[in-house]
Design a protein around this ligand. Structure first.
Ligand SMILES: [Fe+2]
Length: 311
C-alpha cells in the first residue's frame, strides 16, 4: 500500500472505471423511492459507494496527505476536527472521488441543473475521552448567507457529500442530521430538533451520504479510541454564484483539463481562487510555495469563514 507504483496502478484502475461508468450511468434516473426519501428527509444515504480497492486507494492518499502535507491542515476547533480544504492542491487525485460516478448520478437527479464543484475538505476526528456531545447544530449557508433555495423542488442551494473513510457506528464519532421535509416550514433549531428528531448516520468505511447543506446537522463526538476520517465535498448549481472561499480550484481543473465538461464543472471560481491567481500568477508553484500563499490568503480570510455556524 505504501509504494507509489501500486498507488498509481490503482489510480489508473479507478479512472478507467470512472470513465466507463460515467458514460453509462450519469444520466440514469435514480429510484423514485430514493428521490422521495430526500424530499421527506433532506438527505439520502448512498450506501457503500467505494469498493475495497477504491477505499484502500483513497485512504492511502488521505493518510499520506495528513502525514506529509501538514502545511495544508488546520484546527477546526469546536468540531473536534482538523481539516485540509485545499486537497485539490495537495493531493489532486481526490478529483476522482469528487466526480465519482456513483455520486454524479444521484446528484444530477437531485439538483436538476448542471452541477459544479464548490468545496472539498478532508477531515480528521481524533480519539476522545471528554463529554459526548453533538458539537454544533447548524445550517450551512453560502458566502451571502443564502440557505434553502426555496424555488428549487428540493430547496437545494448546495449539497454536501459526506464520505466515511473509516467505519462509523455507535462506538465512534458520527455525522448526525435532523430530518426535514420540503413540505414543512424551516424551523428554529430547538423546534426542528423537537419535530424532526435526530438521525445518527452509521456505515462501513466507503459509505456516503448526500444532504441539503441547509438542513440542520452536526458532527457528533463520542467517547472513543477510534479516529474518524472523512472526505466532505460540496456541490452547487453551475448557473449560480460560488458557495464558499475555502477550497482553491487549481488551474489544472478549470483551465487546463482536456475535458470541456470537467473544465465547466470546476469553472465556478471563488474569490479565493481569483486572489491566489492575483498573488501567485498562473504558473506552477511547489507544494511548499502554494501552501505559503494559501496560508497568507486564509490567515486574512479565515475569520470570515463562509459556512455559517450556530444557525
Ligand atoms: Fe455543516
Amino acid at each position: 500500500m505504501d509504494e507509489l507504483p501500486k498507488g498509481l496502478y490503482l489510480l489508473m484502475r479507478v479512472l478507467r472505471y470512472n470513465r466507463m461508468q460515467n458514460d453509462m450511468e450519469i444520466w440514469q434516473e435514480m429510484k423514485a423511492e430514493d428521490y422521495q426519501f430526500f424530499q421527506q428527509n433532506g438527505y439520502l444515504s448512498l450506501g457503500r459507494i467505494l469498493t475495497d480497492e477504491e477505499l484502500g486507494f483513497y485512504l492511502h492518499l488521505y493518510d499520506q496527505d495528513r502525514a506529509e502535507k501538514q502545511d495544508f491542515w488546520f484546527d477546526y476547533g469546536h468540531h473536534h476536527q482538523t481539516a485540509n480544504y485545499d486537497v485539490l492542491v495537495s493531493t489532486p487525485e481526490f478529483d476522482s472521488l469528487v466526480r465519482h460516478p456513483k455520486v454524479m448520478r444521484p446528484l444530477n437527479n437531485l439538483m436538476e441543473n448542471d452541477i459544479c464543484f464548490s468545496e472539498i475538505g478532508i477531515r480528521h476526528m481524533a480519539a476522545y475521552t471528554g463529554e459526548p456531545r453533538h458539537c454544533v447544530w447548524h445550517r450551512d449557508g453560502d458566502v451571502h448567507g443564502g440557505r434553502h433555495l426555496m424555488g428549487h423542488p428540493l430547496r437545494i442551494r448546495n449539497v454536501q457529500l459526506m464520505v466515511y473513510l473509516s467505519d462509523v457506528d455507535e462506538t465512534t464519532h458520527c455525522f448526525s442530521i435532523s430530518p426535514e421535509s420540503v413540505d414543512q416550514p424551516v424551523l428554529q433549531k430547538g423546534e426542528q430538533l423537537k419535530k424532526g428528531g435526530i438521525h445518527n448516520l452509521h456505515g462501513q468505511a466507503g459509505t456516503a451520504v448526500l444532504f441539503n447543506f441547509s438542513v440542520l446537522h452536526t458532527a457528533t463526538v463520542r467517547v472513543t479510541q477510534k479516529e474518524r476520517k472523512t472526505a466532505q465535498i460540496y456541490y452547487g448549481h453551475r448557473n449560480r454564484p460560488h458557495m464558499a472561499n475555502d477550497s482553491l480550484i487549481p488551474v489544472d481543473f478549470w483551465r487546463d483539463h482536456p475535458d470541456v465538461e470537467v473544465r465547466a464543472f470546476y469553472g465556478v471560481l471563488n474569490d479565493k481562487t481569483r486572489k491566489y491567481l492575483e498573488i501567485a500568477g498562473a504558473k506552477k508553484h511547489s507544494l511548499k510555495g502554494s501552501a505559503e500563499i494559501l496560508y497568507e490568503i486564509d490567515y486574512k480570510n479565515r475569520r470570515k469563514r463562509s459556512l455559517a455556524q450556530n444557525a
